[in-house]
Design a protein around this ligand. Structure first.
Ligand SMILES: NC(=O)c1ccc[n+]([C@@H]2O[C@H](COP(=O)([O-])OP(=O)(O)OC[C@H]3O[C@@H](n4cnc5c(N)ncnc54)[C@H](OP(=O)(O)O)[C@@H]3O)[C@@H](O)[C@H]2O)c1
Length: 271
């Protein structure tokens, strides 16, 4: 079977996507080749049935994959991309999940005719519940675009943006967002313990509440604000808590500042 997808970097994000592609059957293991310098992570990818190598030179000579997916840190993305220069300006489409790094950087390294798609995934992709947002240059064919969309859909919901500058906001909201929610679970667990609940009960209540509320918001026809009001009895317990969170737009301001900090950092990483 010919190699369709080369995945460069099989850490947190690369592995989450690879696992989703193979589990969904949209790619066969023999169609994938993983490049990962870390031996343990390489073995983990091999367990899924992928061929593996420590660097780009391990890819069999003459291989022209449909996609090269770059899932390495933004700090090394330029050097890693340069190792695939021989596939630039050709049939291969490059997909980068690196935060910040603009399409122009890849065009500069690989050639201006290279098809390039930036994708911002998030880690819930590991269980098929990710948010995958893409932005492509004009060299990507309709056929490849459909192929990539199908692959991304194995990892969760898919959206596109036409204005690449919006990818910094996307990164700050859905890319980094799971960490904000995990931290909220940590905070709610700590508050539950402080309020007298045993550790395990505190964790269960915090986690199930976030899971249940997010599921309800996703499945309901009602706006989140309406769902909030349905929990809030007049002069009841929720109203007392929301006065703390919503008074002076406290939480809204804090979340706004956090997202803006992430957006600015994404812009910096692209320089
Ligand atoms: N984690 C997330 O939630 C998330 C979400 C959206 C986007 N992203 C983006 O995804 C990218 C990867 O992030 P991550 O969290 O998955 O990082 P990670 O866990 O550190 O994975 C990156 C992997 O790439 C390896 N690597 C280094 N040089 C390589 C090379 N020349 N060829 C192939 N692999 C190489 C690294 O090995 P060494 O550690 O040995 O260097 C590491 O195992 C980043 O650009 C990030 O912005 C991440």
């Amino acid at each position: 079977m010919t190699v369709k997808v080369v995945l460069a970097g099989c850490g947190n994000m690369g592995y989450a996507m690879l696992a989703g592609w193979l589990k969904s059957g949209r790619l066969q293991p023999a169609e994938t080749f993983v490049i990962e310098p870390n031996e343990e992570l390489r073995a983990r990818a091999q367990k899924l049935g992928s061929a593996v190598g420590g660097d780009a030179s391990d890819i069999p000579a003459g291989t022209t994959p449909k996609l090269v997916v770059l899932a390495v840190k933004p700090q090394v993305i330029r050097d890693v991309t340069a190792a695939y220069k021989n596939l630039g300006d050709g049939e291969t489409t490059f997909v980068s999940v690196a935060a910040g790094t603009p399409i122009a950087t890849f065009e500069e390294i690989l050639g201006s005719k290279t098809p390039i798609i930036r994708v911002m995934p998030n880690t819930p992709a590991a269980i098929g519940k990710g948010m995958m947002v893409s932005c492509a240059n004009g060299n990507v064919s309709t056929e490849t675009s459909a192929f990539v969309e199908k692959l991304l859909a194995a990892s969760g919901a898919v959206a596109t943006v036409d204005d690449e500058r919006q990818m910094d906001a996307v990164t700050a909201v859905s890319g980094s967002g799971p960490a904000y929610i995990f931290h909220f679970i940590e905070c709610l667990t700590a508050a539950a313990e402080q309020a007298g609940l045993p550790k395990e009960t505190a964790k269960l209540l915090a986690m199930q509440t976030v899971y249940g509320a997010a599921s309800l918001a996703a499945e309901s026809d009602e706006e989140p604000g309406t769902l909030r009001q349905q929990v809030t009895s007049p002069k009841g317990t929720t109203a007392a808590a929301l006065a703390v969170l919503m008074g002076n737009d406290r939480l809204k301001t804090l979340v706004g500042e956090a997202v803006e900090a992430a957006r600015r950092r994404s812009i910096e990483l692209g320089k």
